[in-house]
Design a protein around this ligand. Sequence first.
Ligand SMILES: Cc1ncc(COP(=O)(O)O)c(C=O)c1O
Length: 320
Amino acid sequence: MALKLEEHGPSGSVKDRSAAGLLRALHQERPLTPGTVVVESTSGNLGLALARLLPALDCSFLAVIDPKTPPATRRMLTDNGAQVLMVDKPDGQGGFLLSRLEAVWDTLARHPGHRWPNQYENWAAPAEHRRSTGPELIAQAGDSLAAVYVPVSTGGTLAGIASHLREHGPDVDVVAVDVHGSLAVAGTAGRRLIPGIGSSRPSHFLKSADSYDRLVRVDDVEAIAVCRIVAEDLGLRLGGSSGCAVRALLTDLERDRVARGLPVCLAADGGAKYRDTLYSLAWTTEQGVEKDIMAAMEQLRREGLYFARREPHHLEQPRQ
Ligand SMILES: Cc1ncc(COP(=O)(O)O)c(C=O)c1O
């Protein structure tokens, strides 16, 4: 198994790519003149990416976030000059997305000059992943690439990667990873603990039957357990949605569903910003899931789950 670590992007997640595509499209539609305010609903990462890019255009950013946005992300947003609007009304679908969108529409009605990239429906985001993330996956994994596991929220990342792979890696299994309680790819609404993955409504980008090959839906408690096991074994802290992708791959391995070759999990961000949440005993205890996480870790260890590091092939030393 390999992890594609998007944490190393400029603002720490795969959403740097989405943000670049979205802003380019917005600017092409009508120039983003200095002083423009851009408003967007975000679970955190797209916000961090927009907050990094917009000052270079002399524009400012209003991030509409919710209580699930990690405290570290909130701090980084304001440190980067973003204005933050916190929405705290649950949307009745296991999250806050619909309430965040209401806040965006309300803001646009009151400030018609503000601009909205609309990451949920703007095909510029998938187009950017088709242009950059998809080709990178093939270049980095090489001919042995067998499957790609991509966590889904808007679905833009997966849609773009899938579209590239359909053309240039038709045998690669493209797996959508969602959590229980999410409606991003069918499903029924319910409690969701991990920010960044899942949605309170169906993805606009994954409607057609050939958008991806398969869906694996994972349990968020088990995904957090996987994150902690990876941290114990490799000293690598993954973000929660990356833990979901790895959990999905493990499920497929248990069911013997992984084709010969290299399966790659898209690790959309790193764990640093989740220090106070997914990796915090106090937080998981407060959420009432710490005992379940411990039990899931014990179960996975009993099943023989241990990770050992192997350097990526292009970094391996030549054999003597
Ligand atoms: C950590 C993380 N993982 C996965 C995703 C899903 O990406 P997309 O919205 O393109 O489906 C996001 C999106 O914000 C994210 O922040």
